[in-house]
Design a protein around this ligand. Structure first.
Ligand code: HPA
Ligand code: ZN
Length: 319
């Protein structure tokens, strides 16, 4: 039996499995840089975040129509359900699609089709988090927020992702202020490869409620105090950290130390098609590598509902 859990750090484009990528490539007459699924899987040896992002953005070329986004999201939800996910807060990267000429409406309406069927078909409630690409300009992020205005009823929150170092959260102060004024909730990737200073900025300048990754928090004891005091959730992604070489091996992941320090951490899959597992697989891996027992795994599952953008009663029911 899989523990019921929420997934809070999941890039829908990162759930594109090679089989679906080839199917959509054939349908949309897109040429992929590899000729078989095996050959493609062999390319999943990453040096760092950027080397992953290069492939991640290249493969997205196969996502063209509403139906493609619907297929992608429905396939994720089916896999997630089989691994105990009951609630998913799903990132998407509109700029990665609009830059290729795919409209933001195509992306959102396509995803929404799958999400609208999700409770009935997969028993998973869902929300969407629209991410800005931090290696693009702040103006581009503002234009994206503007373009999303007809679809705001579909979007729960904004996030910040892509290449971190050199693109601090403060670059996006204005767009986060605008998002807050529109009633959107706020999260941001910080402290994945970037320093603890980026986590402080995400909190104090962007006003985020949750930090995505926050892996490097433990380097700054004052930051840990602040995160503990304010019960700021950190959405950790241990398999991603190993695959992108933020840490050498899973056995060295700070997850257990972070729990012991009183941080509200959750465990998530990030880009499961690329990093070797969905969220249930991730629970299993940290159990094996870090010796986390049933009580700690239950705590992680409980944290995932506490940290979710569910209303209070719903959280208590699930956790
Ligand atoms: N980090 C930053 N940006 C991303 C990631 C990630 O792991 N996955 C997809 N976009
Ligand atoms: Zn991520």
């Amino acid at each position: 039996m899989q523990l019921p859990k929420a997934e809070l750090h999941l890039h829908i484009e990162g759930t594109l499995e090679p089989e679906l990528a080839f199917e959509l490539a054939a349908r949309n007459a897109v040429v992929l840089p590899h000729s078989t699924t095996e050959e493609l899987r062999r390319a999943y040896l990453f040096e760092d975040l950027q080397s992953f992002l290069d492939l991640y953005y290249a493969l997205m070329a196969v996502l063209c129509t509403e139906d493609d986004f619907d297929r992608l999201a429905d396939a994720y939800l089916a896999r997630a359900a089989a691994q105990g996910v009951r609630h998913a807060e799903i990132f998407f990267d509109p700029q990665a699609h609009t830059a290729r000429g795919v409209g933001i409406g195509t992306v959102i309406e396509g995803l929404a089709r799958a999400l609208d069927r999700s409770e009935e078909r997969h028993g998973i409630s869902t929300q969407l988090i629209m991410c800005f690409l931090r290696d693009q300009s702040a103006e581009s992020a503002l234009e994206t927020l503007e373009a999303a205005k007809p679809y705001l009823h579909r979007i729960a929150a904004v996030g910040l992702d892509s290449a971190e170092v050199g693109h601090p959260p403060s670059k996006f102060r204005e767009v986060y202020e605008a998002a807050a004024a529109l009633g959107l909730r706020r999260v941001a990737h910080a402290g994945e490869e970037g320093p603890p200073a980026y986590i402080w900025e995400a909190l104090d300048i962007l006003g985020v409620e949750r930090v995505d990754h926050g892996l490097r928090s433990m380097e700054d004891p004052e930051l840990v105090k602040r995160l503990v005091r304010d019960r700021v959730p950190l959405t950790l992604c241990p398999l991603s950290n190993v695959r992108l070489r933020a840490i050498d091996v899973l056995e060295e992941h700070p997850l257990r130390d972070m729990m012991d320090a009183g941080l509200l951490v959750t465990v998530n899959s990030d880009d499961p098609a690329y990093f070797g597992g969905y969220v249930g697989d991730t629970f299993h891996a940290v159990h094996e590598a870090l010796g986390l027992g049933q009580e700690q795994l239950r705590e992680l599952a409980r944290n995932s509902f506490l940290a979710a953008f569910l209303d209070h009663d719903e959280k208590r029911r699930q956790a």
